[in-house]
Design a protein around this ligand. Structure first.
Ligand SMILES: Nc1ncnc2c1ncn2[C@@H]1O[C@H](COP(=O)(O)OP(=O)(O)OP(=O)(O)O)[C@@H](O)[C@H]1O
Ligand SMILES: [Mg+2]
Length: 363
């Protein structure tokens, strides 16, 4: 999917912005506070239904306004789709797909695979396992049709089982509890199969990207599925039952899964510099766009905010080169033109200048 035109209304300092991006790479230049990240935020809303900077949609609406709207025309296999999302101050969301309103956010999001890389993206390695599970699940959402149903069912069952754990009167052998634990094990195993399959596809892609991005390191990647090796999930649930019943929550299962990155036996984030850490994240994100391309023929829209932060010129260049090789449509923001001195070689590109929320295409 490639964005053909983008319209943004009343989002942060962007009052009324319209632009026609290149299907290749788009460079967005402007001083601090001009509105560069807000443009990416608008596109991010189409791909995720939310911001990458805040969970408070209200703060994204321009001061004194009632709502913001992002609308785009995009092209896939020579058909044009018209997609729009609007959020209002009273926290309602409205999604339109080809003129038809009343769609769900997940319908919109499934049409437009968007990835974002910002200085905060290193959190995927530094933060909680949940962020790494999200990473795998994003790919699965776009690659496997039945994944969303399975993961939503698991989440609901987990909540229900946790509630039963907290109910002291429902003993471990209670048939009601056995029934719900069996179901949890069933969906949990299915979810784990999905994730195992995705990791098998992603690991070789990540490793091959790392050979170019961080050739000086050998990064070992391992996947922990969320419970003890050698046991089926229902066995692990039974083994942990006494403890879980006492603690009031289920302690084993795919909700505890994690991806681990190690260099010479140490956690990668303890070894790598900040810029190197960003390149590891870059290798991960590039792998998801490559995976999507090879398994679904879908292409990604990739947002690269503040490309100058912590990446030297050579690293910026190799990352953008590789993204373009995997046929992504790229939006790259930078404060100064000299951060992009290598871009002459790109054919399919456009340059936009942002000043006080106004966007001007360089001719
Ligand atoms: N709700 C809002 N209404 C109006 N303006 C806002 C709102 N929220 C933020 N702003 C302003 O929008 C402007 C654009 O912010 P943005 O983060 O997009 O800038 P930027 O160009 O990415 O800057 P930097 O280079 O510092 O990252 C800022 O001046 C900010 O103060
Ligand atoms: Mg910014």
């Amino acid at each position: 999917m490639k964005l053909d035109s983008v319209q943004i209304r009343n989002l942060r300092n962007l009052q009324h912005v319209t632009f026609k991006p290149s299907h290749g790479v788009n460079f967005i230049l402007g001083i601090n506070g001009s509105g560069k990240s807000s443009i990416l935020e608008a596109i991010h809303y189409l791909g995720f239904g939310r911001s990458f900077r805040t969970s408070k949609h209200k703060n994204v609406i321009q001061n004194e306004q009632e709502s913001f709207t992002v609308f785009c025309e995009c092209l896939e296999d020579s058909t044009t789709q018209r997609l729009g999302l609007s959020r209002s101050i009273n926290d309602t969301v409205s999604v339109s797909i080809n003129g038809i309103k009343g769609n769900k956010v997940s319908d919109l999001v499934s049409l437009l695979p968007v990835q974002i890389f910002t200085p905060q993206s290193s959190d995927i390695l530094l933060g909680a396992p949940k962020l790494r599970r999200k990473y795998i699940d994003w790919c699965l959402f776009h690659v496997e049709h039945s994944f969303l149903t399975c993961s939503s069912a698991y989440s609901k069952l987990l909540k229900h089982n946790n509630a039963l754990c907290r109910k002291q009167q429902v003993g471990y052998a209670n048939p009601q509890r056995v029934y719900w634990t069996d179901l949890l094990a069933q969906y949990g195993s299915q979810l784990t199969e999905f994730r195992n399959g995705m990791m098998t596809r992603l690991i070789p892609l990540i490793t091959s990207n790392l050979a170019q991005f961080l050739p000086e390191f050998c990064v070992e990647i391992s996947y922990y599925r969320g419970w003890e090796k050698g046991l089926e999930l229902n066995e692990a649930l039974s083994k942990a039952a006494d403890r879980d019943y006492k603690n009031g929550y289920i302690s084993v299962g795919p909700h505890k899964a994690d991806v681990r990155f190690r260099i010479s036996g140490k956690p990668a984030h303890e070894v790598l510099s900040r810029g190197q850490l960003r390149m590891l994240v870059a290798a991960l994100q590039l792998a998801t766009t490559q995976c999507l391309m090879s398994y679904t023929q879908k292409t990604c829209i990739f947002l690269l905010d503040d490309v100058g932060a912590e990446l030297d010129a050579a690293k910026r260049e190799v990352f953008i080169d590789k993204l373009l090789e995997s046929n992504t449509q790229l939006f790259v923001t930078a404060i100064e033109e000299h951060q992009l001195e290598f871009i002459d070689k790109y054919q399919n590109k456009k340059m936009f200048h942002v000043e006080h929320g106004q966007v001007r295409e360089e001719s």
